[in-house]
Each structure stands twice: as structure tokens, then as C-alpha cells.
Write a protein that binds this ligand. Structure first.
Ligand code: BG6
Length: 497
């Protein structure tokens, strides 16, 4: 019922031309957890065949030691039963350059390796301070140009820390690459369930007529994580939940949910509609931050039966830190369609459950002829489950069987696993393949990123002036109680975590 035309003809018919992908920061966590597994998986599925992977990082590894590391990355989990011969064939495609990110010699060596390859994809997966020297050195070696084929660059988040730094990074990129060579990645856009939002809305006739302020009471977006910051304390201290999750992943979700229908599926048509929505965000100014935002920081507690530390005790975290590990927002879009519909957003670490979902809460019927329900249960809710469950639930009221007119909410369910019977591909697989075939639909454009940062930066400035202590919440719970203050009418309740 919810087939995804965005995937049609892309994943299986567009085989990328021979390419070399260079991963800057290849010794890091993202390479191990996401990039290598995604590339290996694409290789196993036959989506990529003629390619080379170059690891570029400071560690004094050799091609041999890089191969040994990658061998570990593809040893277990979904790859445990892959025949050794296939693993060897993949490992043979690896090369490694040991270099600092500002040393011209490293790039000269890289230039020799990539010579003769039609497609050149550069992946920035280093700490963001290294982006500038990498971009400039790629330019200095003319690696931004391809006489035959293409040269493209994928830029990982964080893409800036605020509007000024995001603009600065965009400017640096623009001195070396054209906008159509730049792929700013947001891995949420690679998730099947996120892409399906467009299909749900615009591939079905039933929802769109109701998708507006006449029928929708409010929208709730939750991205809750049960893990704390773990070993990423250093990174997280410079980020916090608003930058880490809202500016990027949650705003992308929100834009897909609320944008106007695109006329076609071309990258720029979709991206232009998303930017229009981001531009319509009603600014939260300095005087309003306490009315529309709530921050929190986790204290020690129990998560899924295990005792866990509080944020201030985590490695790499300043014991006086005011970095938020939870944020809740109430936002409005100033458009005809959405005027007056609050969008509640919450995200946090060390919460009781890992769940990402969007809940569209519809207005109640105009007249209550069945009076035996609490008023809040009259609101039909459409829930888009993003992870770990993947699917859609529509919550409707139904008559309880028997000689009564009693009513109770029940669910209509669509689960990906049941409907399609196969595991959905990993986000990074889809996104890498898109970049290789030159499809930027699921990547963010310059104006997209700068518009969302403009909104977020105002909130950050407001918070910087706020002397109040940060509310604490116990790890394993559902966030600070203060988040309830954002809600308005009786119908508005945070969904259970
Ligand atoms: C990353 C954030 O972008 O997304 C992490 O930096 C977060 O802090 C992660 O944990 C969540 O991604 P996913 O796919 O596990 O929901």
C-alpha cells in the first residue's frame, strides 16, 4: 500500500560508473560503524562493482593495516556468513594514505591514486576543524575537477555550530566546489521511513485534503534515545541536543511533513519546497525562549535495568557544563496551511526508550454524540514510526462489541516487515549510492542549512542570556517535567515514551 516510488529505478538500474571514494578520517567511528558496512553491503548486492576505497587519516597505518581493520568491520553481524572470497575481493579495493590533513604531500599521493578514475567522491568524516584544510588542499591539487566523469564532496555533520560558521563553511566549499558538486549529508533522509513521508502524503489521495490547520490539531515529533553520550562527550559538549538533532535531522523530518506538494521529484523541486517551509518558521526571539523551549540534562538513573551515569560525570564533559542533553520546542509555521497548528518537538539522550516517531493529531469531531469517552481520546492520531519500529499506525475510535454504544480507540497498523517482508536498507547505503549517481534529492542545499541555522541560532543566543539552572531529568525517564509547560489544550499531551 505504501510503495516508495522514490526508490523505483534508482537502486537497481543506475549503476554508478567506476569510482574512487576517499574517506577523510577513515580511522574514525563513522567509517567503522556506517561507511564501510554500507559500501560492503552495496558491493554484496551488486550495486557497485568497479571502485576503490581510499582511507585518508593521520594514523600511521598502511594499506595492509587498513585492510586488517576493515576485515574486522565486516566480520560479524549481518556479514558473518558472507563467503571469505567476497570479503577478500572487497579488501583488495582498499588503499590508505597516512597524512595530516594539511600536508600537501598527502594530497599529492592521493592525486596519484585517483588518477584515471572517472568518478571521484570525497567524504569528509573528520572533526569539523579539519574541513577547511582538506577542502583547500583538494582544490590545490585540482582534485575538485574531473576531466572525465565527476568530482563530488560529501560533508558530514556538524555543518557549522551556528549561522555564521555554517555560512563560513559554505563559503569555503564554494571557493573550491560548485554547489552541484557538494553533498551535505543528513542520514535521516536516507531512512526508508522518512522517505515514505512523501509517499504517504502525495502518493495517496486520502491524507492531503486533511493535512492542514482545518483538520490537524497539532503535530508531535519525538526522537528519543536510550543511550547517553558515551565516548562522545568531547563532541557533545560543543553541540548539545538542539544543534545535534534539531537543526539537522528533526528539521528535515519536519520539512517533509509540512512542505507543499512538489510538482515532480527532481532534487531542486523538492529541496525548494523544503526551504520554503524552513523560511516560514516563526522566529523564537530572545524574550520568548523560555515560553517556547525547554532544555534538560540527564542525571544518573536506570536505563533498561542498568544503572547509568549522569551527564556531568561522563568522560570529556565539563562538571559545570550547561550543555543540554534534552530539548523540547513548540514551533509554528507562518503559512496558510499551518497557521495556528503547534508542532511539538522533543529529543534527548538517556531516555527510557529509543523511539523516533511523528504523531499527527487530528481535531475532534464537531459534535460528540458518543459521550462516554474522555475528551482527549477523540483525536484520531496518525503515527509514523521511524525507528526502531518502522511503519504507520492510524488510531481511530471504534465501537466496543455488545449492546452498548461505548467507544474505544483502536489501531490500524502497517509494519514494513509484514508488508514487504525484507529488511529496509541502511540509510548510508542509499545516500552513498545517490551521491555516486549524482542524485542530490536527499542531500541538503546551502539555503536549506542556512535557513535552519538562522532559526536555531536565535534560540542559542536566547539561551546564552538565560541565567536559570538547567532542569535535570533522571536517566531512563521521559525528560524534564518542565516540557509539559509547552503544551496547551487538553488534547495536547506528550506521547508516552
Ligand atoms: C547523529 C547524532 O547525527 O544521530 C547522534 O550526532 C545521534 O548524537 C544519532 O545519536 C542518531 O542517529 P540514529 O540513526 O541512531 O537515530
Amino acid at each position: 500500500m505504501f510503495a516508495n516510488p522514490l526508490l523505483d529505478g534508482l537502486q537497481f538500474s543506475k549503476e554508478p560508473s567506476p569510482f574512487v571514494i576517499t574517506i577523510f578520517g577513515a580511522t574514525g567511528d563513522l567509517t567503522r560503524r556506517k561507511l564501510i558496512p554500507a559500501l560492503f553491503s552495496l558491493f554484496l548486492k551488486g550495486n557497485i562493482s568497479q571502485f576503490k576505497i581510499v582511507g585518508f587519516a593521520r594514523r600511521p597505518w598502511t594499506t595492509q593495516s587498513f585492510q586488517d581493520e576493515v576485515r574486522q568491520m565486516i566480520a560479524g553481524g549481518p556479514f558473518a556468513s558472507v563467503p571469505e572470497g567476497l570479503k577478500l575481493a572487497f579488501l583488495e579495493k582498499l588503499d590508505y594514505v597516512s597524512s595530516t590533513f594539511d600536508a600537501a604531500e598527502g594530497y599529492a599521493k592521493l592525486s596519484q591514486i585517483v588518477q584515471g578514475w572517472e568518478g571521484r567522491l570525497f567524504y569528509l568524516s573528520t572533526p569539523p576543524d579539519e574541513y577547511e584544510p582538506i577542502i583547500r588542499n583538494l582544490g590545490a591539487q585540482n582534485l575538485n575537477e574531473a576531466t572525465r566523469g565527476y568530482s563530488r564532496i560529501i560533508v558530514e555533520k556538524p555543518f557549522g555550530r551556528d549561522l555564521a560558521t555554517a555560512k563560513e563553511l559554505n563559503d569555503i566549499l564554494a571557493t573550491v566546489f560548485e554547489e552541484n558538486q557538494i553533498y551535505r549529508i543528513d542520514h535521516y533522509l536516507g531512512k526508508e521511513t522518512v522517505q515514505n513521508i512523501l509517499v504517504l502524503r502525495f502518493g495517496n489521495g486520502i491524507f492531503e485534503p486533511l493535512w492542514n490547520n482545518r483538520y490537524i490539531d497539532h503535530i508531535q515529533i519525538t526522537v528519543a534515545e536510550s543511550l547517553g553520550v558515551g565516548t562522545r562527550g568531547n563532541y557533545y559538549e560543543k553541540s548539545g541536543a538542539l544543534r545535534d538533532m534539531v537543526q539537522s535531522h528533526i528539521f528535515q523530518l519536519m520539512a517533509l511533513l509540512t512542505m507543499e506538494p512538489p510538482n515532480d521529484l527532481s532534487p531542486d523541486t523538492i529541496r525548494t519546497e523544503k526551504v520554503k517551509i524552513l523560511k516560514s518558521l516563526r522566529p523564537i526571539t530572545f524574550k520568548d525562549v523560555s515560553k517556547y523551549t525547554v532544555r534538560g540534562q540527564y542525571s544518573e538513573g536506570i536505563v533498561q535495568g542498568q544503572p547509568v551515569k549522569g551527564y556531568l560525570e561522563e568522560e570529556g564533559v565539563d562538571p559545570n557544563s550547561r550543555t543540554e542533553t534534552f530539548v523540547a520546542l513548540k514551533i509554528f509555521l507562518d503559512t496558510w496551511r499551518w497557521e495556528g497548528v503547534p508542532i511539538f518537538i522533543r529529543t534527548g539522550k538517556s531516555l527510557g526508550r529509543r523511539v523516533s516517531e511523528v504523531a499527527i493529531s487530528f481535531k475532534e469531531p464537531p459534535l460528540h454524540i458518543f459521550k462516554n469517552r474522555g475528551s482527549d481520546t477523540w483525536n484520531n492520531t496518525l503515527v509514523i514510526h521511524i525507528q526502531p519500529e518502522e511503519g504507520i499506525t492510524f488510531n481511530i475510535n471504534a465501537k466496543i462489541p455488545g449492546y452498548t454504544t461505548q467507544v474505544r480507540p483502536v489501531n490500524m497498523d502497517f509494519a514494513y516487515g509484514n508488508a514487504f517482508g525484507e529488511a529496509t536498507p541502511e540509510a548510508y547505503e542509499r545516500l552513498l549510492l545517490d551521491a555516486l549517481v549524482g542524485d542530490s534529492t536527499l542531500y541538503t542545499r546551502r539555503d536549506d542549512i542556512e535557513t535552519s541555522w538562522a532559526f536555531i541560532t536565535r534560540i542559542l543566543q536566547g539561551w546564552a542570556e538565560d541565567p536559570n539552572p538547567l532542569p535535570q531529568y533522571r536517566a531512563g525517564g521521559s525528560g524534564p517535567d518542565e516540557a509539559k509547560n509547552l503544551l496547551g489544550s487538553l488534547h495536547q499531551k506528550w506521547r508516552k515514551l
